[in-house]
Write a protein that binds this ligand. Sequence first.
Ligand SMILES: Nc1ncnc2c1ncn2[C@@H]1O[C@H](COP(=O)(O)OP(=O)(O)OC[C@H]2O[C@@H]([n+]3cccc(C(=O)O)c3)[C@H](O)[C@@H]2O)[C@@H](O)[C@H]1O
Ligand SMILES: Nc1ncnc2c1ncn2[C@@H]1O[C@H](COP(=O)(O)OP(=O)(O)OP(=O)(O)O)[C@@H](O)[C@H]1O
Ligand SMILES: NC(=O)CC[C@H](N)C(=O)O
Length: 558
Amino acid sequence: MSMTDQLTILLAQIPQTVGHCRRNADAMLKIRQEAGKVDLILFPELQLIGYPPEDLVLKPSLLQNAKEELERLALATSDGGAAMLVGTAWQEKGRIFNAVALLDQGKIAAIRYKHDLPNYGTFDEKRIFSAGPLPEPVLFRDVSLGIPVCEDIWTEKLCAHLKERGAEILLVPNGSPFESGKYPVRHKVVADRVKETGLPCLYLNRVGGQDEVVFDGGSFVVNRDGAVPISLPQWQADCYVTHWHKTEEGWSCDEGLQSKISEGEDRRLSDIYQAMMMGLGDYVRQNGFSGVLLGLSGGIDSALSAAVAVDALGADKVWCVMLPSRYTSQESLDDARACAEMLGCRLDSVPINPAVEAIDGMLAPLFSGKKPDITEENIQSRLRGVVLMAISNKFSPMVLTTGNKSEMAVGYATLYGDMNGGYSVLKDLYKSDVFKVSRWRNSHKPAHALGPDGYVMPDRVITKPPSAELREDQKDSDSLPPYDILDAVLHGLIEEDLSCSDLVKRGYDPDLVTRIENLLHRAEYKRRQAPPGVKLGSRNFGRDRRYPLSHQFRSSHS
Ligand SMILES: Nc1ncnc2c1ncn2[C@@H]1O[C@H](COP(=O)(O)OP(=O)(O)OC[C@H]2O[C@@H]([n+]3cccc(C(=O)O)c3)[C@H](O)[C@@H]2O)[C@@H](O)[C@H]1O
Ligand SMILES: Nc1ncnc2c1ncn2[C@@H]1O[C@H](COP(=O)(O)OP(=O)(O)OP(=O)(O)O)[C@@H](O)[C@H]1O
Ligand SMILES: NC(=O)CC[C@H](N)C(=O)O
């Protein structure tokens, strides 16, 4: 009997529609039809139902749809053409598994279950799936394939088992969400597994935004010698055929597409920008909005949010509104206008003074004898929210929230005011990075961006001191420490889980650190009511960080 010594495997780095099995199956069939003569098509983790599916998996009708669609896909392979490795949820004896099925010759030829279910950070898979046993390899055209699913390759055990049981190639479908700096970590994990097992590995990731996470693609192959013969681009869908041949030493992948990847700070800022674009763009499209709407204040947060929206959706889908009050400076009016002109988007002006006066008048009897304070400041912010929501109700664009991570951390935002909205692009971006990303965008046109080549905001928007302009001569620095210090302390408390005393050892003022920790915990109620935003770092305000609303923990208490 002749042994197979050549294989072609198509890597389908594609998006998914969570919960729509038929649409996902149709997309897979289209890829198969267009692929021509290949042996096998590898699809990302849970491609049939979409990842992460959350509690949808617990719906019997979703499992039924998935089963029917998997059978339809299997039937399509009865033409003897390309086999498919399809991720899906699969129920057996009352337990639900995160599974991958080999569809070949008209049948579900094999099915394997994910063994290591991630249950940290944004992941919650133990809630919805049962863990499968250590998987055995799958025989495909005389070749023994190991098929670990995503988290399964993050420790040694499972790949070692596959090697021991005779696997010749590792094929890994992934749903690996983006976070800044993660790409080289994935390469290291795969390189380690290849080194330990001596087996080549195909790493396939999905692309696209899904609520608060984005998937950056960036699939690749590592050969037995550690070389990377194939690397697909990040931030775009791509289908690529890899060619494999067998020698006495084992299987190797031929050299092919090598996507260029920039390095260092340029890379970091570009990735963050791409993630924000993809997160917002897919959220808006998936939820059927005609576009977005935002308050453009002449400040940096709304300017950067508008730029990302224009780059993701196109200028004709971004509607900016200036909502001046008596405290709005001429500088802010000019900067907002210049910004909208640079971006090429619509700008309207709706002064809020008449409404401020009406509310002041309405409350005057009740507030008599009380001095003006934060109450009056918040009324302005809330009236802006009312106006934006009214325009959204009337014309249907979604309101974009503009708060950044530093503000969301300390509660420097008004509930039902500037926190209004459906989605936020800056929610996981510290203010110090808001400045850096804005400067970067003014000198770079990101790949896939629909916005202008040149400046997207005047320099002054980046260089002037941040102000909420809710009272005379107000500056952020009246209420908050300088952003570089605030952000360093917040990073320590949030991303690094440090205590106040750890931060004092780093040289920060004890009173300042205690105050910031206090503000951080006290603002939990605001964050719980805040719109979702795209995850950019290792611990976002969302699924990465789940705190009680009512608690008395402070790191300085015993
Ligand atoms: N634990 C808790 N659980 C549930 N609700 C709680 C709560 N603690 C307070 N609350 C409620 O929240 C209210 C306080 O929150 P909120 O009304 O937001 O008001 P507050 O946080 O006091 O003020 C808003 C802050 O955002 C700042 N800011 C910065 C930049 C821009 C803007 C802007 O608006 O454009 C604002 C502004 O300077 C001020 O420091 C309380 O009156 C109470 O009703
Ligand atoms: N005059 C205004 N016109 C339109 N929108 C405004 C105005 N003032 C505030 N907003 C909206 O409220 C948000 C919070 O504004 P504020 O200026 O108070 O704080 P900020 O965090 O410094 O934001 P920015 O840098 O965008 O000004 C702004 O991003 C903007 O969307
Ligand atoms: N879907 C998964 O299993 C993801 C977990 C994995 N460690 C990753 O982020 O790449």
